[in-house]
Write a protein that binds this ligand. Structure first.
Ligand code: ADP
Length: 486
């Protein structure tokens, strides 16, 4: 192996700015960029969704590749990530990927019925790269989430020398569970369908396959690496993870400090930094105007940008909204997902139109404007593998209110009197999944915002000065890659 040019194929089902539904999309863009900066020859493998085929200038590098026993015709195209030099391979298979709707669901939020085949195909092609049958011959195949979970299984049943595999878990709650017919469909050995393999309660679990057969498992924060070994957070795979803890590491995500930088952010009207925090106030006015909230100089704005799923703790927020209104708070919420949650938030917004703004949908520009304009950012998640928005928030001097779980606990330092005095506090933490506790925590934050401007400024400065860049974490990935190859 050439020590200075380690070759990695990074395989994911989404990557910003091509296709993004959540944090995985951000990581698939910014981690490979950071790793290229550390002299790793890292390349992406993505499914050929229409958004990717349209956006990238691609050339064919392989035609009709042999994916026995699958007969679906597949070509491999190659290009580079927009505005970057990271090479990207795209699986061109119109039958599986060329359709309107999202990467995982149709426009009505229904999972695609052929997801087993769509992502089994992604895994199969990844393993083919790993077994050195294609142009690029990686030393490591870095698989992300259940969509690539079968790749370590395919690789481990290969008799020839293959690349090492890493399974990175961005969220244990999504496991890719399908019927046992998957075994025959992909020509997996029947003995793999066992407890000591990819079987999960009589079905096939793509994520379990990845965890079981990979050479190493990572997850996106040290705390979450511990959490998922417990019944509460392991989503049924905690036993397996405890048994495999010798090959499990938590590496906290970084953020892309080019895309998320209040000093250069092109989506906000007024750029600012830690020395010009007064300008942030004008971003708050802009946000109020844009969202048609009541003009005000004092009302604190609490922001939320989120997938609307149970995980994110929206049900803790809804019951305390009237109390927040009484406190004079304004809320700027952006999200999409669960139709019931969307509806209950919209109803609240119509009750208090000058106090609450709810935007349903996905809006990158508004997300940046909320980060710049809000004073506080709410993430009361029931569980949170890492979370990115709390880090974006701190970087924008918008103090996060988070529950003490997973990556939130790893990245936010609670504003206790001692921590404020020691100049290490960056946000507000509450403990239990409980609306009253959340409300008490918000009131604690509001007291400082309203009555102790010096401490507030100190908290903002500490938060903005924290280093959330990818560099440190990317180096941990490089060490892991090297350790696996030695
Ligand atoms: P998760 O991956 O669980 O959704 P993260 O906090 O890790 O949560 O990452 C979410 C990412 O998706 C962030 O970049 C966030 O800004 C973005 N995001 C989520 N919902 C929306 C939305 N409705 N509009 C714009 N960006 C969104």
């Amino acid at each position: 192996m050439n020590e200075s040019k380690l070759r990695v194929l990074f395989v994911a089902s989404e990557a910003y700015p091509l296709v993004k539904t959540g944090g995985l999309g951000d990581v698939s863009y910014s981690l490979p960029n950071a790793l290229r900066g550390l002299d790793i020859d890292i390349r992406l493998l993505l499914p050929g969704y229409p958004a990717i085929l349209k956006r990238l200038a691609l050339i064919e590098v392989h035609e009709n590749i042999n994916l026995y026993p699958l007969k679906t015709p597949v070509r491999i195209l190659a290009g580079t990530m927009p505005g970057e030099i990271t090479p990207v391979y795209v699986i061109d298979c119109p039958y599986l990927y060329d359709r309107d709707g999202g990467p995982y669901q149709d426009d009505d939020g229904i999972e695609w019925s052929d997801n087993a085949l769509r992502f089994g195909m992604l895994s199969k092609v990844a393993a083919l790269f790993g077994s050195h049958h294609l142009l690029f011959k990686p030393d490591i195949v870095h698989c992300n989430d259940w969509q690539v979970g079968l790749a370590p299984a395919f690789s481990s049943f290969n008799t020839i020398d293959t690349a090492k595999t890493i399974m990175s878990v961005h969220n244990m709650a999504y496991q890719g569970i399908f019927g046992p017919e998957v075994i025959e469909l992909f020509g997996l050995p029947p003995e793999s369908f066992s407890m000591f393999g990819l079987e999960y309660h009589g079905k096939v679990s793509f994520l379990k396959a990845g965890l079981f057969y990979s050479d190493w498992i990572t997850t996106v924060s040290p705390n979450y690496a511990k959490d998922i070994q417990t019944t509460n957070y392991g989503c049924g795979l905690n036993g397996l993870l405890s048994e495999h803890q010798h090959k499990l590491t938590g590496i906290v995500n970084g953020i892309d400090t080019n895309a998320w930088n209040p000093e250069t952010d092109e989506f906000i009207n007024r750029n600012y930094n830690v020395d010009s925090l007064l300008i942030k106030v004008r971003n708050s006015q802009d946000l109020r105007n844009k969202l048609k909230l009541a003009p005000s100089k004092q009302s604190p704005i609490i922001g939320m940008i989120t997938r609307l799923t149970e995980q994110k703790g929206i049900d803790l927020v809804v019951p305390i909204i009237p109390d927040l209104i009484k406190e004079g708070v304004q809320l700027a919420i952006l999200g999409s997902g669960d139709r019931k949650l969307e509806k209950s938030l919209q109803e609240l917004a119509s009750l208090y139109p000058k106090q609450i703004s709810v935007t349903i949908g996905y809006d990158e520009e508004l997300a940046h404007q909320i980060e710049a304009g809000a004073n506080l950012f709410l993430m009361p998640s029931k569980f949170e593998p890492c979370g990115l928005n709390q880090m974006y928030s701190m970087h924008y001097g918008t103090l996060p209110i988070v529950r003490n779980t997973g990556g939130l606990a790893d990245t936010v330092v609670d504003a206790t009197p001692d921590n404020i005095q020691n100049k290490i506090a960056t946000g507000f933490i509450f403990e239990n999944e409980d609306s009253e506790e959340l409300l008490t925590c918000i009131k604690r934050a509001l007291r400082i915002f309203n009555h102790d401007k010096t401490s507030w400024r100190q908290l903002q400065v500490t938060a903005m000065n924290r280093d959330f860049s990818w560099e440190k974490s990317a180096k941990q990935y490089v060490s892991l890659y090297r350790q696996l190859l030695n």
